[in-house]
Design a protein around this ligand. Sequence first.
Ligand code: PAZ
Length: 357
Amino acid sequence: SHHHINLDQPIPRKPILNGDNHLHYTPAISGASTPASTASPGPLSAEVYFASHVAPKSLPENAEKIRAFVDRHMHEGRRVVLVTSGGTTVPLETQTVRFIDNFSAGTRGATSAEYFLEQGYAVIFMHRQFSLQPYSRHYSHARNCFLEFMEADDQGIHVMPAYVEKMKLILEKYRATQKAGLLLTLDFVTVHDYLFLLREAAQIISKMDVNAMYYLAAAVSDFFIPQDKMSEHKIQSGDGLLNLSMDQVPKILKPLVNDWTPKAFIVSFKLETDEALLPTKSRQALKRYGHQIVIGNILTTRKRVVKMISADDETEIRLTQEEDEVEHIEIESRIVPALIEKHTEWIEACGKRGECG
Ligand code: PAZ
């Protein structure tokens, strides 16, 4: 006998509400003998997802931070970019002991955020908890830990001379960013947190008269277990096998583009491991969601090669071996300025489209 997480009934198309207006949950683990169904419930619409899931507790507090941050930068005439970064988890239990995760360390997002800040953007950095962050990323995962960069003697404790020059530069940028209040950091853990936070942020930002870019670099899970099918308690191991059947995470790019923030400049990333799939998949995403840019990348070469695709343009950004291995150029230092140029064109053209403000 084995465990079977009973995820294969069709998903209710409407939230099930009890008298208290709380969602009613059906048990998540079934007995060992439930046969797996081959019928797929199909992808859930974003609308149904949000109606049938409870928002994270931290959402109102984060919403207030976003509102205040964007309001201030709007008045100061600054552009705003929302960067998403790192992986999302998919919990297997409500009281979560186990979850599914992915590889992303948040390098793309954290690095890009620095280049946006350098170009005068105010950055909402929406990242996976404990993933890399702008500035500290140079020291948090680089060696064993930051202590590797320090030494102690009779005078006290200092940064080792070999690291002083670089660290001083980064420290100055970090302090300047803090002082000017240019960086708002918000975190998520689960794909659920991510979806709610992104929607909230987009809806708030779109109400303000600000030129916003979305730079969606987070590695978002494609599959998840809906709240009403999740086991409340730790899944027990006594019975042997565990079968998981998961639903598809709703595609939120379409509502983001069409409903939540129709005037924004939106850049999404597309990750593949198979080179043969990337061009079609990237083009498909652009066409399907109707946003401005898709950046395609391959898992193993993502730090050296990306392809930027828009409706009328396709540009490869590629570091030479010299640039990558000797000069240690970061590919984000090429991606971000190229995007900012496109964003400027987009803003200038919006007058012609009659869509400004
Ligand atoms: O976080 P990281 O620097 O290790 O990886 C970046 C990335 C590959 C997650 C990003 O470039 C990307 O492609 N994000 C979208 C992934 C997706 O298709 O959901």
